[in-house]
Design a protein. Structure first.
Length: 305
């Protein structure tokens, strides 16, 4: 369900951004607005980012190979990290550079009504895209706050789309303010300031995305709630005396690996131990379905003197 929801949010954002990018570039061409051009580049970068997320999702479903025995689930993390790089370089740095250029060489706007109409329309369309992302995120965030959801989510697509859409909406408001103030004051410096503000916004969002996705790339374990559920499932298995230690690692957004050493009774025979391990694996998968790769090592509980 989360994968389907993520894809719906990506497609909605992609379609919205392609249409918005085209209209922004047209408005920028006829008006000469730097804010409009920055927003066009922003939407173009966002469209490329959504394509990257789709490609990452497709590549992550490839079957495991001898070279990659745990599969390609982390491809989704890699492509999400690439999104932050594109947003930082193509979106943020370009907008900042363009804003500085317009500060040094101001340019009077032409056909001033066109960028305002385009920006107002884009705000409406981007709001629908953000609404779709919020709706899909509500299905999987389970009452968590938005900051916690973005920081703790193991599937990168929805947090990326949420941050992108939010940045796009704020950027549109900044662009509208920059163009509007330029029209009111007849001073093109406001258009340049709006462009700079958009660039700074995109750089900040890209940094947040970079940090969050890099953490997933390095390797994150199960949440505290899932770890407790896994430990409880192991302890509830007849024949398991205790959990000596355990470690978890996400191989991809929907695949968790568990390695644990469990204590068994000294007199248990091989057949009983095998049945105990099989039962423990079944209990763990029932408690946390994402736990698909499980390695359990039986051992004796040694009490220190």
């Amino acid at each position: 369900m989360s994968t389907e929801g993520s894809m719906r949010a990506i497609i909605a954002a992609l379609l919205a951004n392609i249409g918005i990018a085209i209209t922004k570039f047209i408005a920028a061409f006829f008006s000469g607005s730097a804010s409009m051009l920055a927003e066009g580049i922003h939407s173009l970068a966002d469209s490329g980012n959504q394509i990257l997320l789709i490609v990452g999702g497709k590549r992550s479903r490839r079957a495991a190979t001898p070279e990659h025995p745990f599969g390609y689930g982390r491809s989704r993390y890699i492509y999400a990290f690439m999104v932050s790089i594109v947003l930082f370089s193509v979106g943020g740095l370009f907008s900042i550079t363009e804003g500085i250029s317009k500060l040094q060489h101001p340019h009077e706007l032409e056909v001033v009504w066109l960028p305002l109409v385009v920006l107002a329309t884009a705000i409406v369309l981007e709001s629908f895209s953000l609404r779709t992302a919020v709706k899909e995120a509500n299905h999987v965030r389970h009452g968590k706050g938005w900051v916690e959801f973005i920081r703790r989510a193991k599937s990168p697509e929805l947090p990326v789309i949420l941050l992108e859409d939010l940045a796009a909406l704020i950027g549109l408001v900044l662009a509208f303010a920059g163009v509007g103030l330029t029209v009111i004051t007849h001073n093109p410096i406001w258009d340049a300031i709006g462009t700079l503000a958009i660039g700074v916004l995109l750089v900040l969002v890209a940094i947040v995305l970079g940090f969050e996705t890099s953490s997933l790339l390095v390797g994150e374990g199960a949440t505290a709630e899932d770890a407790a559920a896994i430990r409880g499932a192991l302890m509830a298995t007849p024949g398991v005396q205790s959990v000596i230690h355990m470690k978890t690692l996400y191989l991809g957004p929907d695949e968790l690996m568990l390695g644990a050493k469990i204590a068994i009774a000294a007199g248990d025979d091989a057949e009983f131990i095998v049945k105990t391990i099989d039962a423990a694996e079944a209990n763990v998968r029932a408690a946390v379905p994402a736990t698909r790769v499980i390695y359990l090592e039986p051992d004796l509980l040694r009490v220190s003197a």
